[in-house]
Design a protein around this ligand. Structure first.
Ligand code: ZN
Length: 178
């Protein structure tokens, strides 16, 4: 568990011309050459993957932040990647499950997380999707996932997950299915 601070991006120079910013209005920065730079939360995704026995695929994080904590497959969007494409790519990378093996992505909710990256706290806007596996599969943990295993939805404790956006999404799914 960790708390989420307000968006607070550490930015001193214009990425277009390299000059110092002369004005900051909340998340909008303006340099001496009138370049306007928006500092928004970084888009990321995660997936609640459920098997035919209504068990949720849970992973343990292999890396900081939150190394060893419970997580769901997911991660940052790469460049100009859609949330859906990022979700499918991360699922394939982290647990070896491809999009032909599950139903269409169903949006659950989004939430703001903070993410400690090399000493900087990034604000992340995480979108969480829900999918059902067509058949039983054995996940192959890789990349950011140290372990991957199924937990009955009824036994999932949302507060045990590292990121608040995932806690919120798991609580919604549990409420819908209780
Ligand atoms: Zn500039």
């Amino acid at each position: 568990m960790h708390t989420v601070p307000a968006l607070n991006i550490d930015m001193n120079y214009c990425r277009r011309c390299g000059s110092a910013f002369v004005q900051q209005n909340k998340h909008v920065f303006t340099c001496a050459n009138n370049h306007v730079i928006y500092a928004n939360a970084s888009p990321a995704t995660a997936a609640i993957i459920v098997n035919p026995a209504n068990e949720v695929l849970v992973i343990k994080r292999a890396i900081e932040p939150g190394k060893g904590a419970y997580d769901l497959p997911g991660g940052f969007c790469d460049g100009a990647e859609t949330l859906e494409d990022a979700t499918k790519r991360e699922i394939a990378e982290e647990v070896g499950i491809t999009s032909d093996m599950y139903t269409e992505l169903k949006f659950v909710c989004s939430g703001i997380d903070n993410y400690d990256l090399a000493g900087e706290v990034l604000a992340v806007c995480a979108a969480v999707f829900y999918v059902k596996l067509h058949n039983y599969v054995t996940p192959k943990p890789d990349d950011d996932a140290a372990e991957a295993f199924f937990v009955p939805l009824t036994a999932v404790q949302p507060e045990e997950f590292y990121f608040p956006a995932l806690q919120k999404a798991l609580a919604i799914i549990k409420r819908q299915q209780s």
